[in-house]
Design a protein around this ligand. Structure first.
Ligand code: DHB
Ligand code: MG
Length: 221
């Protein structure tokens, strides 16, 4: 690096960590398959592993699998008998994600549910499924709905994590009023104001929302 070049905090943090061949392999798989290169940022991937472990989570849900990058980060924090349910609308993406998790040694821990996430979430509710930690990282138009479902499927004590609250800066630009950014702003406002949640938003990378469902939260039926 040039001596007078100032790094971003994200680049500096990244420079501290050794390479992660498993996640590098996933990124290459995503590139080689022509998938969008929008996996969760590495610093937040490490945070996901930490959060799953700190929560002693045994049951984790992710909404949006893409190529399995976040899935591996979540699975890394799970105990041997822990389980990850991963919702993905694109069957080809789910297949690639499954392959990546299997290569990483977590094939037995993950269940992919392919289809519209809103429908899969309704189905999980019918099954009375419960999750200790829920990651929201799918289509931005449905973020407000996913928040509601995550609160119901998590229940008191659950941790809800959501990627991309800044939408690559669009959220912060009042001139941007597209559907996705309007939806994300609504999601962020609800996360901050919902009396059932204790929350914060981390500003690094594209932002990350963290919310814990309060112990006394009254849940929807
Ligand atoms: C983008 C990034 C994401 O992580 C995501 O979930 C959706 C979109 C993006 O950069 O466009
Ligand atoms: Mg994302």
């Amino acid at each position: 690096m040039h001596p007078d070049q100032i790094m971003t905090p994200e680049a500096y943090i990244e420079s501290l960590y050794p390479p992660d061949p498993v996640l590098e392999r996933v990124k290459k798989g995503i590139r080689d398959n022509g998938m969008p290169e929008i996996s969760i940022e590495p610093g937040y991937g490490r945070l996901l592993t930490l959060l799953v472990r700190l929560m002693r989570a045994r049951s984790v849900l992710e909404i949006g699998a893409l190529g399995g990058y976040s899935g591996i980060c979540l699975a890394r924090g799970l105990p041997e008998d822990g389980r990850l349910v991963s919702l993905e609308i694109n069957p080809e993406y789910a297949e690639i994600a499954r392959r990546h998790l299997t290569e990483a040694g977590y094939g037995e821990r993950v269940e992919y549910r392919i289809g519209d996430a809103a429908e899969s979430l309704r189905q999980l509710r019918r099954e009375n499924a419960r999750f200790d930690l829920i990651l929201i990282d799918a289509d931005k138009l449905n973020y407000p709905r996913y928040l509601e479902e995550a609160i119901a499927l998590g229940g008191p004590g659950a941790l809800i994590v959501a990627d991309n609250p800044f939408l690559r800066g669009r959220t912060l630009d009042p001139n941007r009023q597209g559907d996705a950014v309007v939806s994300i702003r609504e999601f962020n406002r609800r996360l901050a104001a919902d009396p059932r949640l204790e929350s914060t938003i981390l500003p690094g990378y594209d932002g990350l929302c963290l919310a814990r469902v309060r112990d006394d939260a009254v849940l929807p039926e």
